[in-house]
Each structure stands twice: as structure tokens, then as C-alpha cells.
Write a protein that binds this ligand. Structure first.
Ligand code: GLC
Length: 409
């Protein structure tokens, strides 16, 4: 890490604080941060987790508010009791897609536990853990009850939006998309699927049997393992050792299932009820490091692979390698660099002891923002900002800077 970037903490902190402040929204007693003005005005679940992780360095109250808003519309009745919605429409507006004014019918990557733990480690806001714990318990019980129909400890997604990687080529087969299609067509198919979910009771098996989207995603399950590990920490912190042991067993079961079913020949999703191995390679494979789902020896091979030129581009990590047939760096999730993905890879590299490579990734991420500003995603070769602007989640570079400047994360 170059000294100039690290010793510049106050400047970065101010830039990120200004970014997030410009995107804050207050509705009644609730506060959250919209991902970006006009493009994304509502609250998104995994965005809010990333926002809270960023806020912990300069605004503990907002870190708490962000997470509490994200869980405020947890489902309270019916088969999806416990689900945390991927979108909360604080001012209404969800009817058209979901038939409900205030929330969506699907979820997003489970990071509330991870975020709560990271926030706590800086703010020591124990009351926040007390408030979040029942929500987290209900959420992870929901995953087990509703989203693991084959009982293999790997949860299934029912819509690409649940992955957070909306338009990745990983989903082209599961979405029955033709070889070539426009962005608009891809977006229309996702909206059509969203509107059809209630017809199948949002049930993963019913959707798969109808030939619709059903994927056990590798990064998603690795993320869930990390969230379960965070629950172990939270339960211990709250003085509940039996609960901690229960979550520990769940985390280990998910890690073992990823190892058993998803790592060969490289970390991959399981597509459909037949659990087919997709042929598309994507950067989602590196998220197994984040969830501790790979042996140290296999991690070494995976990290070597991260360094190939098609992946370690001038501004890594593109979501698809530059050599992939579907590589389209200007198209959303089809080969661009996203700082939230980089952050997860950064954390995973550190978890497995690859501190130098993690530092390099942090530096390249900071250079992206330094050169282009806070965009939703970036061109992996030129570093040009793409998508929405100014995008709150790219403020997460501050967390990597914290890691690099010995603030301890
Ligand atoms: C896009 C992204 C999704 C994100 C949302 C808000 O839909 O694909 O991951 O949560 O924008 O930023």
C-alpha cells in the first residue's frame, strides 16, 4: 500500500462520509441510505449491510439505524416468516412488482450478521446485537425451512436478484436466455419472473419444476457460512453458549457442503434440481475464501488463479474473466469490477493469510475511486466508472483502508 493513500485517512473518511450523507433518507423514525440517487431510491438489504460496515468508522448511530431499518420489514406471517426482504419500499411503490407496497418477496445475500459483528467490533454497541439477534435467528431458520428442499445444507435462490449479481452470465441458462440478448431483454425477463413468483408460492421446487430459475449459488452459500459464523460470535457475546454451539454446527455444515459439492473442478453453482455444473467461470468462485469453505491447499490454487491476467486486470476483479465468451465490461455484472465483490475477496484473502495480495487489491480499489469517483461498478481495464453515481456501497473502500492502516478489522 502506498504511504500516500494510507496516511490520507482523514481525507478518505471525509469523502466517504460526504458520499453516504448525500444518500441518506429519513422516513418517520427510520433512517437508511439509498444506494444511489434516482436509480436506487429504496432500501436494499445487502447494500445496507455494506453501508453499516462503512459507517462504523465515523457514524455508529447511522450504522445501527441502517441495520435496524434493513430488518424492520422481516416477514411475520406465512411460509416465508423470517425472510428479510431484499428491498424495503419505505414510501411504498412495490405493488407493481410484488403485489405489496412495502417489501419484495425475495431476499439478498445474508450479511446482516457479518455487518452486526463488524459494527460491534468498532462501536461496542451491545444493544444493537440484542436487537438484531432475534431477527437473525428467524432469518437463518427460514433459510433452512424454506430454501433447502433437498436437505444438503445448501440454500437455493429463486430469482437472480437474490444473488445480488442480477445479470451475471451465471444465470443465463437458468433464466432460459438466448445466446445473444439485449440488456433490456434481460431486465424484462427478471421482472417477469418476479411477477410470476406468487403463482408458485415462492417455492424453490415448484419454480424448478416449472422450468424456472432455481440455483444453489456458491458465493451465496459461502456468504451464508460467514453470516452463521458471525451468529456464533453474537450468541457468545450475548452469553448464550448453547446457541453459539448450534450456529457453529450450522456454519460447519454449510462449509462442509460447499466443499463436498461445489469445489470441483473449480468453485461453482449447482444449477436446477439436477444440480448441473455451469460452464461459465465467474469471480463468485473467490467468495469461498470469505466463507472459509476451502482447504488451505485448495485456497492456494484458487489464489494463484486469481492472479492470471484475465482476472487480475489493471483494475481487478472483473465478475467474468476477460477471456470469457460472455465478457462484456460495459454491461452490468457481465465482466466489471464491483468494490463490494472486491471487499469480500479482500476479506477472504486475509482470512487465508494472503495479506500482500489483499493489500494490492485494496490499493487498486482505492485507485479506482481516486481516479473515477464513487460509481456503482467499474471497467476492469480502463477503470472508468459505470452504472449509478454516486453509489453508496463503493464507500466500502474505507473499510479496506482501515484494514491496511492497522485499524484492525
Ligand atoms: C443492483 C445490483 C444489486 C444491488 C442494487 C442496489 O440491482 O445488482 O446487487 O443491491 O442494484 O445497489
Amino acid at each position: 500500500m502506498t504511504l500516500a493513500l494510507v496516511s490520507d485517512w482523514p481525507r478518505w473518511e471525509k469523502a466517504v462520509a460526504d458520499l453516504l450523507a448525500s444518500n441518506q433518507v429519513t422516513v418517520g423514525t427510520h433512517r437508511y441510505t439509498r444506494p444511489a440517487p434516482s436509480t436506487y431510491e429504496h432500501q436494499w438489504l445487502w447494500d445496507s449491510c455494506f453501508h453499516a460496515i462503512t459507517y462504523r468508522w465515523f457514524d455508529p448511530e447511522m450504522a445501527r439505524a441502517e441495520l435496524l431499518s434493513a430488518v424492520a420489514h422481516q416477514v411475520e406471517t406465512g411460509p416465508d416468516t423470517g425472510m428479510l426482504p431484499h428491498m424495503t419500499y419505505w414510501r411504498g411503490g412495490g405493488e407493481d412488482l410484488w403485489g405489496l407496497p412495502n417489501r419484495s418477496l425475495i431476499t439478498q445475500p445474508p450479511l446482516v450478521g457479518v455487518a452486526a459483528r463488524l459494527v460491534f467490533q468498532v462501536t461496542h454497541d451491545r444493544e444493537l446485537l440484542v436487537e438484531l439477534y432475534p431477527h437473525l435467528t428467524a432469518y437463518h431458520e427460514w433459510f433452512e425451512r424454506r430454501r433447502d428442499p433437498d436437505g444438503d445444507d445448501l440454500v437455493s435462490l429463486i430469482h437472480p436478484w437474490e444473488s445480488g449479481w442480477d445479470s451475471s452470465p451465471r444465470w443465463d441458462r437458468a433464466m432460459n436466455l438466448p445466446r445473444y440478448f439485449s440488456n433490456e431483454y434481460g431486465s424484462t425477463t427478471r421482472q417477469t419472473l418476479a411477477k410470476r413468483l406468487p403463482q408458485y408460492g415462492c417455492d424453490p421446487v415448484a419454480l424448478a419444476q416449472a422450468g424456472l430459475y432455481h440455483v444453489e449459488a456458491v458465493d451465496y452459500n459461502a456468504t451464508r457460512a460467514a453470516d452463521l459464523e458471525a451468529l456464533v460470535f453474537i450468541a457468545q457475546e450475548l452469553g448464550q453458549p448453547a446457541e453459539a454451539a448450534r450456529w457453529q454446527a450450522r456454519a460447519q455444515a454449510v462449509q462442509a457442503a460447499v466443499q463436498k459439492k461445489m469445489l470441483q473442478p473449480w468453485p461453482h453453482d449447482l444449477d436446477g434440481l439436477d444440480e448441473a455444473t455451469p460452464t461459465e467461470e465467474c469471480a463468485s468462485e473467490f467468495i469461498v475464501l470469505f466463507g472459509g469453505c476451502i482447504s488451505p491447499a485448495d485456497a492456494g490454487r484458487l489464489v494463484d488463479h486469481l492472479r492470471v491476467p484475465e482476472i487480475w486486470t489493471p483494475f481487478p476483479v472483473p465478475t467474468s474473466p476477460t477471456g470469457a465468451a460472455t465478457f462484456a465490461p460495459d454491461q452490468y455484472w457481465r465482466g466489471n469490477s464491483w468494490l463490494v465483490v472486491n471487499w469480500m475477496i479482500y476479506m477472504g484473502l486475509r482470512r487465508y493469510g494472503y495479506f500482500d495480495l489483499a493489500s494490492e487489491l485494496a490499493l487498486k480499489s482505492l485507485q479506482l475511486v481516486e481516479g473515477s469517483g464513487f460509481w456503482e461498478y467499474y471497467h476492469p481495464i480502463t477503470g472508468r466508472g459505470l452504472g449509478a453515481h454516486p453509489q453508496s456501497w463503493s464507500g466500502l473502500v474505507l473499510d479496506m483502508l482501515a484494514g491496511e492502516s492497522g485499524r484492525g478489522i
